[in-house]
Design a protein around this ligand. Structure first.
Ligand code: GLC
Ligand code: GLC
Length: 835
């Protein structure tokens, strides 16, 4: 371990703490090891917002409707955002620390559910910035409250700053021969409007406004920054005077100047609105352009009335308070959907606040826009979004239903699916590859999760055409059948499912054989793959295939149900016969028919995915294989920071395995701790009744637990999951990467709520089957389910890990562990008993 890491280990530093009462994470310094961000917006208008005000905004689609510019991998990192500068004499500072970087007398950023607050002070001036996207609003509101806490009157200048993106973020970062000529703006009082490309095919524009008369503005970046200017010290800010520049090509920005006087004890609220407007094509231009307006060219002025109206909705502080309270109320309501009180306050914090919150973010954005996903490559992933949905279906059933239909519409008649679609158009495309043979069955998982939660079997009859048969009259159920058949139609030499390009593990590329550094593992043409098989897909087929079989039974499709049962039994046999290595489940067979994830391999002898999926599917539960597989996971894959993907890590590049062996040992799929796969093992442990073990794995990766340890080592936001943590072969073992947008969120939530706490929705009620640490004396859950709120109290006087034989529902004891579907407030009592 190198020196830096030793130092890091020796002196764990804290950068913040949870405030459970406020449901906020409080960051106490701008100098965190990485930008620690939040998401503003929940349904269409989104903003990424770092603890120093960095980030960007977009409407619906981070690629096609990017409103403000952000440069990834910048120097310094996290440059660009909704920025403010204050100037008093020669002192210039930013209330959010960046970009002026002047050290502040106090600093605190509070990230809450859908809003962030940055509070700071320098000298006598206190600043409180509140940033959020009001519900059902196509705008961010930034209220900057400035207060004079001194004895003397204070005067200062305030400058705002955002840099516009020319809509398509991909083009914006590459097509400069065009970009630098198309910029257009209009200035109308305090409303600074960006409308590049509006003269041609766009019917939308963006604006940045403030609720007061301004004493100057700039819309041209060069004029604002000056010839050698930097964001830390723009020329206009240093000289204390806007240039009233009107951009004409080059790089349009929006900056207001406000001159402010504050008497001792006085506060002033400045309300900035960053909005997005769409207008009907016929109404694009103003009939009577405002006479005072200034604009780039002599062309007509855009129709600004809707922008003024939107800005005006937040003209005063009462409106801001009303909207932020409505947003908080919305989240309060959401978070009441599932509430636990357990002996573990850190678990409660995750389940009651941060995990469902992250689930909503992943549901909204799939893998499109984070500080690691640039918002131009990946839209809504088919497998990703089907899994994300499981984390929110109890909170947003209507949106989940729509998402299912959107995803299914990108599936083809043979059951294969586009790996992603663009959120704005909902059109599937092959930009990030195709032929991932695990894709189809994730749809079954999502649909069965939706039906279990809502009881809405009618979704199965909803018409959804296949992508390649747009005029066909398919229903959603046909898509599930197509998914199921897709696996059966592609069986390999051992009657196990062919892997195709890859399964869940994008990087185990068994048909790729790439020897050209300029090829992408994900999209390059593969060999004909009729040999390489995946034991993970086999487990997935058994697990979700049973859900499919149940849906067949619930809709009276008896023959299909019987056929499904046969196919599943056949798959179980294939796994037991050809998918077992002696002590654990094999991972796959490669393109030459050789085992992968076997003792006979030199490296990559055991993998997490097939142990997780086969045991979740109860394969080997009664003949000791399941137990043996999980014991091998504990021996070989588990670390203090979570369970790694495989061992031993690949120490060199293997063309027959592809991208997995391209990563240095311990990173990403090459033996990193891929957090997404950890809950599979937790759930598998509960299938064996080992609650103590399941929960122990949970605590190794759950943010609230890790937050207590070494924040400096972990590095990413301590309130949400990251996709990965470096594995034991890496120098930076324990360091997280790729925070926020990861299937880790919904899977951990699913594991802990449905399998550890064990409150599992089924068509006919709530199954109560906790599998907890033996040390727990009990716990209680308030669970909204359809028309009822269940208050469930579970006590565990005998120190068991599992065992519910009877339940008391509203004072009546019943045998079994299913609470029926009821309405109103329902009281449930359970005493765990040995089975
Ligand atoms: C990323 C992808 C996901 C994939 C996983 C493992 O999380 O979003 O689709 O399954 O990596 O490779
Ligand atoms: C890379 C990553 C993987 C991700 C994939 C998406 O392979 O390692 O995690 O899912 O890219 O295309």
């Amino acid at each position: 371990m190198n020196n830096i890491m030793n130092k890091l280990k020796g002196s764990p530093r804290r950068y913040g703490a949870f405030d459970d009462h406020a449901q906020e994470y409080v960051i106490t310094t701008p100098h965190t090891p990485a930008p620690w961000i939040n998401y503003l917006g929940n349904n269409g208008f989104y903003g990424l917002f770092s603890h120093t005000g960095g980030g960007y905004s977009f409407w619906q689609d981070a690629k096609l409707r990017r409103l403000t510019r952000y440069r990834y991998n910048n120097i310094p990192a996290d440059s660009g955002g909704r920025y403010f500068y204050l100037k008093q004499g020669h002192t210039i500072w930013s209330p959010g620390y960046r970009p002026a970087n002047t050290e502040l007398d106090s600093f605190e950023c509070r990230h809450g559910t859908g809003y962030s607050k940055i509070n700071s002070r320098l000298g006598a001036i206190r600043s409180e910035l509140l940033s959020f996207v009001p519900l059902d609003t196509r705008a961010e509101v930034h209220r900057l409250r400035l207060s004079n806490e001194g004895e003397q009157p204070q005067s200062m200048q305030l400058f705002s700053f955002v840099e516009w993106c020319l809509w398509n973020a991909d083009e914006d970062a590459s097509n400069f021969q065009r970009n630098l000529s198309v910029g257009e703006v209009t200035v109308d009082g305090s409303l600074l409007v960006h409308h590049s490309e509006y003269r041609e095919r766009r019917d939308h524009y963006a604006f940045f406004s403030v609720n007061q008369a301004i004493s100057g503005f700039d819309t041209d970046r060069d004029a604002f920054l000056g010839p050698q200017g930097t964001l830390a010290c723009p020329d206009v800010v240093c000289r204390g005077q806007s240039r009233n520049s009107v951009a004409d090509g080059w790089s349009p920005i929006a900056s207001h100047q406000l001159d402010i006087e504050l008497a001792p004890g006085e506060s002033r609220d400045l309300i900035f609105v960053l909005g997005y407007i769409e207008v009907a094509a016929a109404d694009k231009w103003a009939d009577n352009p405002p006479s005072a307006s200034r604009q780039s060219t002599s062309a007509a002025v855009p129709y600004l009335a809707p922008a003024h109206a939107l800005a005006h909705r937040f003209a005063d502080n009462d409106a801001v308070e009303r909207h932020v309270n409505a947003l908080k109320h919305y989240w309060q309501q959401q978070l009441q959907g599932f509430h636990v009180a357990s002996p573990e306050p850190l678990l409660d914090r995750m389940v009651n606040i941060w995990n469902p919150y992250q689930n909503m973010v992943t549901f909204n954005l799939s893998r499109s826009a984070s500080y690691f996903e640039s918002g131009i490559g990946r839209g809504m992933g088919f497998r990703d979004s089907n899994q994300d949905l499981i984390g929110v279906v109890h909170l947003e059933p209507t949106r989940a239903r729509q998402r299912i239909l959107d995803l299914a519409a990108t599936q083809k008649r043979d059951g294969s699916a586009y790996h992603q679609y663009q959120p704005l158009t909902k059109q599937g495309n092959s930009d990030i590859g195709g032929n991932f043979n695990d894709d189809p069955m994730w749809l079954v998982f999502a649909v069965s999760g939706y039906v279990r939660e809502t009881g809405d079997l009618s979704i199965l009859a909803a018409p959804v055409a296949f992508d390649d048969q747009p005029d066909g009259d398919a229903a959603l159920f046909d898509h599930l059948s197509a998914s199921f058949q897709h696996v059966l139609n592609k069986l390999g030499p051992h009657q196990l499912p062919l892997i195709g390009r890859a399964d869940w593990n994008d990087c185990l590329n068994l048909n790729c054989f790439s020897d050209d550094p300029d090829q992408s593992f994900q999209i390059t043409e593969n060999r004909q793959g009729d040999v390489a098989e995946s034991v993970m897909i086999a487990g997935q087929f058994v697990l979700f295939g049973r859900e499919y079989q149940t849906l067949c039974e619930q809709t009276g499709r008896t023959q299909a149900a019987a056929a499904a049962a046969d196919a599943i039994a056949g798959m179980v046999r294939a796994v037991e016969t050809h998918g077992w290595d002696g002590d654990w489940f094999l991972r796959a067979y490669d393109a030459l028919g050789r085992p992968v994830g076997s003792r006979s391999n030199q490296e990559g002898q055991i993998f997490i995915e097939s142990q997780g999926f086969c045991v979740m599917a109860d394969i080997g539960l009664h003949n000791g294989k399941a137990r043996s597989a999980l014991d091998a996971v504990a021996d070989r894959l588990a670390t203090a920071h979570g369970i790694v993907v495989q061992q031993p890590a690949y120490s060199r590049y293997y063309p027959e395995y592809g991208e997995i062996s391209s990563y240095p040992p311990g990173y990403k799929e090459n033996a990193g701790i891929f957090c997404h796969a950890n809950p599979w093992i937790m759930i598998a442990e509960t299938r064996l009744g080992r609650g103590t073990k399941a929960f122990d794995y949970y605590t190794r990766i759950a943010p609230a637990y890790r937050e207590q340890n070494d924040q400096q080592l972990h590095r990413q936001e301590p309130y949400i999951y990251a996709q990965m943590i470096a594995g034991k072969d890496a120098k930076r073992h324990g360091e997280a990467k790729n925070s926020w947008l990861t299937g880790t969120a919904s899977w951990n939530y699913y594991a802990v709520t449905q399998f550890i706490l064990g409150i599992r929705p089924e068509l006919d009620g709530l199954r109560i089957d906790p599998c907890i640490p033996a040390s727990w004396a009990g716990f209680s859950v308030i669970r909204r389910f359809r028309d009822a709120t269940y208050h469930i109290e579970i006590s565990n006087p005998d120190g068991l890990e599992q065992g519910v034989r009877r339940i008391c529902v509203d004072g009546q004891w019943r045998e079994g562990n299913l609470i029926p579907v009821l309405s109103g407030e329902v009281q449930v009592k359970i005493i765990m008993q040995a089975l």
